[in-house]
Design a protein around this ligand. Structure first.
Ligand code: U2F
Length: 564
């Protein structure tokens, strides 16, 4: 059946159920954004023309909202607790619905069981009927519940699952045996899924799929209004919870900021002003989302204190014409040195509060400075007050961008298909590459046959040997490209090393998430033995990694030029 775009979301709102504060928040958001989704659907429909889109039957099981996993988020919706996850799930539901797929939504174990066809009263048995869904979107909590209740069927169907995973799961943490042997065991990892089945909130590592969310887009009239209506000396502080104001040394930089600007906050409080928030701050209390946006429209500056990490609010601020000022982290925060990231299945080092804002948006919209350096901080404030910025929203965070990306995933990503003969398994006998004319990297050979059905299409691939200590994520960015893990199998051969003129004295095949790679000292080349361990993330000064890179669409890093 062909999927047909939908623009009326009232049936979706019914499907979302009711009761919990979290669902109320999500439904309000979906309702408010209906017109934007409808417009985006029209635009994407035009862009895609008459190309066929399969209609999928999709189950969305939001595990963290189930009572069975504790549902710690719902009671905090009106109290300054995290809303980022709710923003994202609301937008995922809207996306799947607008794209025209068949949708079921569950937020309790009971509903999950009845939708899956778990035999009543029996937990750990195979399902009584074939799974009626082509795709299941869930989170780590939901994954655990499915494993417990689907019995043997879990293994059979897990290739249909997509795991919404805010901060991402790197391959080294996903592979059970490897994680256990090498100390990558965490609270969440070791599911042996294809790493692309994990879908993140920001494009952290291309090992996972970038799911994202949307921020409201302004029309021309609204943009004009903003240009006229900005108070150049108004700052809003990022953070709804009083605890973020406990930051050490904040008196100093708040004092500086206060010299130049009127400081506003949206910190939740019960009856009295939170003691952490200084008296000179105008605190509005936690605002409903639309009112928060209105506040951002008036403000010149949105300032982060270092937490929360990587939330939606900075994108909303920038989309509403604010400059986002944030602190640089030196040394960077990671699961090794920071409580928040501890136990998360990633080794990623976070160099500022919002790395996406820093690296994908940057100046004039985003300023990343050292808050311990008063001069640098003060100079930034002064410069920001003089800078004129227009509202900006990267395409991938618009409704159209999200629809486009998820459309492409749904039509092209298939983790159930058996690996084809070429490249097949971890090892490719003959790489379909040639050395580029300038002899720095490999390119797809003109006469090489194109792997049928491979997505992204392999001809977009270019491969480099990275410098020692460089991760493939960074090595590809150095060339203005993005690492593409699904191309690793093409490169995993002696032939690829030979063509790149790497002087291998010996070649070994082992399990290591940094392979394929070359170790200078012994002139040893290493191939990857385990396809699940192909990883863009990860580095060691011992290795020059062999990195598969590809191009990407402007403003849509998840998709290559020819990916639609
Ligand atoms: C992130 O979660 P947060 O909820 O802390 O993320 P924020 O960036 O603060 O934004 C979430 C939404 O809260 C809204 C705002 C954002 O869309 O419009 N909001 C509001 O409704 N009223 C207000 O007064 C202020 C903001 C992240 F998303 C999570 O994944 C992480 O778990 C968490 C911790 O790092 O940070």
């Amino acid at each position: 059946v062909q999927a047909v775009f939908r623009s009326n979301l009232s049936h979706l709102l019914e499907l979302m159920g009711s009761g919990k504060e979290s669902l109320i928040f999500m439904k309000k958001r979906t309702k408010r954004l209906t017109a934007q989704w409808a417009l985006a659907a029209q635009r994407l429909a035009r862009k895609l023309g008459s190309s066929w889109r399969d209609q999928k039957q999709i189950l969305v099981h939001i595990g963290f909202l189930t009572e069975e996993s504790g549902d710690v988020f719902s009671p905090r919706v009106l109290k300054g607790g995290p809303l980022g996850e709710m923003v994202q799930w609301a937008d995922i539901l809207a996306t799947l619905y607008v794209l025209g797929h068949g949708l079921r939504i569950t937020v309790s174990l009971k509903e999950l069981q009845s939708n899956l066809g778990v035999p009543p009263g029996r937990g750990n048995c195979p399902l009584t009927m074939p799974l009626p869904f082509d795709l299941i979107y869930t989170d780590y909590h939901g994954l655990q519940q499915m494993k417990q209740h689907m019995g043997l069927s879990f293994k059979k169907y897990r290739c249909r699952i997509r795991v919404i995973d805010t901060f991402g799961t790197e391959p080294a943490y996903n592979h059970e045996e490897y994680a256990t042997l090498h100390g990558y065991r965490t609270n969440w990892g070791y599911w042996n899924l294809n790493p692309k089945q994990f879908m993140t909130m920001f494009p952290h590592t291309p090992d996972n799929s970038f799911m994202g969310f949307v921020s409201e887009e302004l029309n021309e009239t609204e943009k004009q209004l903003i240009r006229g209506g900005k108070a150049s000396n108004m700052a809003v502080v990022y953070g709804k919870e009083a605890s973020i104001w406990k930051l050490q040394g904040k008196e100093k930089f708040l004092g500086i900021l206060n010299k130049y600007m009127e400081i506003h906050g949206t910190v939740y409080y019960e009856s009295q002003r939170p003691p952490e928030v200084p008296a000179f701050v105008k605190n509005h209390g936690l605002l409903p989302q639309p009112e928060f946006q209105q506040l951002l429209r008036k403000a010149k500056l949105f300032i982060g204190f270092g937490f929360p990490y990587e939330g939606p609010a900075p994108l909303e601020a920038i989309a509403n014409g604010c400059v986002f000022l944030q602190s640089r982290f030196s040394p960077p925060h990671s699961s090794l040195n920071h409580e928040f990231f501890r136990g998360k299945p990633t080794s990623r080092e976070v160099f500022s509060q919002h790395p996406y804002a820093e690296n994908f948006i940057g100046k004039p919209h985003v300023w990343t400075v050292d808050y311990n350096n008063s001069e640098e901080f003060e100079a930034a404030i002064k410069a920001i007050m003089r800078t004129q910025v227009d509202p900006y929203l990267p395409y991938e965070y618009t409704c159209e961008g999200m629809l486009e990306r998820i459309h492409a995933y749904i039509q092209h990503q298939d983790f159930c298909a058996a690996p084809g003969p070429a490249p097949g398994g971890a090892r490719a006998p003959q790489s379909p590459f040639v050395l580029a004319p300038n002899a720095t990297h490999l390119e797809w050979a003109q006469n090489a046959s194109v792997a049928p059905g491979a997505w992204p299409p392999a001809h977009s691939l270019r491969a480099w040997l990275a410098t020692a200590g460089r991760a493939c994520t960074d090595a590809c960015l150095d060339h203005g490209l993005i690492c593409e893990p699904s191309f690793f199998p093409f490169l995993n051969s002696q032939d690829a090393f030979q063509k790149l003129r790497v002087p291998c004295d010996s070649t070994e095949s082992e399990m290591n998430h940094l392979y394929p790679a070359f170790a200078q000292p012994g002139r040893e080349c290493f191939l990857q033995k385990e396809p699940l361990l192909f990883s863009c993330a990860g580095s060691s000064t011992k290795y020059h990694r062999l990195c598969p890179c590809r191009d990407f669409r402007k403003g849509q890093v998840a998709l290559c030029q020819d990916c639609l």
